[in-house]
Design a protein around this ligand. Structure first.
Ligand code: PGA
Length: 254
């Protein structure tokens, strides 16, 4: 079975006002108009405060995702956003375990695993970020780190959920730096992730998990980071702030 590719926009903590949001959405719609992007799922992940606005814009062929969530559904958790809220506000996806959350908010594998379990329970598709730091890469630990993060993230998760899981390989040293891995490095990470998934879920179910790449993706390198190594899509940070560039990436993948 051939799966649709997926292109995710991680808009991070940008788009600072309603005016900026409306401008972004208008531009996005304009850029998308008339483009034939049939074989890709486009997912926009704005800051939570803009989710409703993005949902209301009802951009054709695009789905909405969040950048984070808490694992509890409701209650006294000041400042947090629940999976039920996300679902009720039109989200279908949620990014979990992004390296910026691991770094600035001390998220650990255990909490990331709770979030993934809760997302799946609430019918949100988790986009799970894994990847090594520069120091880990330089000391030859890349595959060990990826392996630990994937296994810990998926602990106690049934293989029947496999088709709702997306794993984003995002080497930390590539996020926001314009430095990208070689095609071979990405291929190695992909093969390893697939192998771990096969160990956890069995080969048949492991095939259902989408594996995508994130880190300095642009229209100039999407061939190298996604198409050539045979990945299922990309997670795009900075370039997603420019709809023209983001849609160009989607067109190339399509
Ligand atoms: P970048 O961010 O494309 O700006 O490197 C990617 C990400 O953090 O998901």
């Amino acid at each position: 079975m051939k799966m649709n590719k997926i292109i995710v926009a991680n808009l991070k903590m940008n788009i600072l006002s309603k005016t900026e949001r409306d401008q972004y959405l208008e531009l996005f719609q304009k850029e998308l108009a008339g483009k034939k992007i049939k074989n890709c799922e486009i997912v926009l992940c704005p800051p939570a405060i803009h989710l409703e606005g993005f949902e209301k814009a009802k951009i054709k062929k695009t789905k909405i995702g969040a950048q984070n969530m808490f694992w509890e559904e409701k209650g006294s958790y000041t400042g947090e956003i629940s999976p039920l809220m996300l679902k009720n506000f039109g989200c279908e996806y949620v990014i979990v375990g992004h390296s910026e959350r691991r770094r600035y908010f001390c998220e650990r594998d255990e909490e990331i695993n709770f979030k993934i379990i809760s997302a799946l329970k609430n019918r949100l598709m988790p986009i799970i970020c894994v990847g090594e730091s520069k120091v880990e890469k330089d000391s030859g630990q890349t595959l060990k780190i990826i392996s630990q993060q994937v296994k810990n993230a998926l602990e106690k998760i049934s293989r029947t959920k496999a088709e709702n899981i997306i794993i984003a390989y995002e080497p930390i040293w590539s996020v926001g730096t314009d430095v990208i891995p070689t095609e071979n490095e990405i291929m190695e990470a992909k093969v390893l992730i697939r192998k771990i998934l096969s160990g956890l879920f069995g080969v048949k179910y492991a095939e259902k998990v989408k594996i995508i790449y994130g880190g300095s993706v642009s229209s100039l390198n999407v061939d190298q980071v996604c198409l050539k190594p045979g990945l299922d899509g990309v997670l795009v940070g900075r370039e997603s702030l420019t709809p023209h560039e983001f849609i160009k990436i989607a067109e190339i993948i399509n």
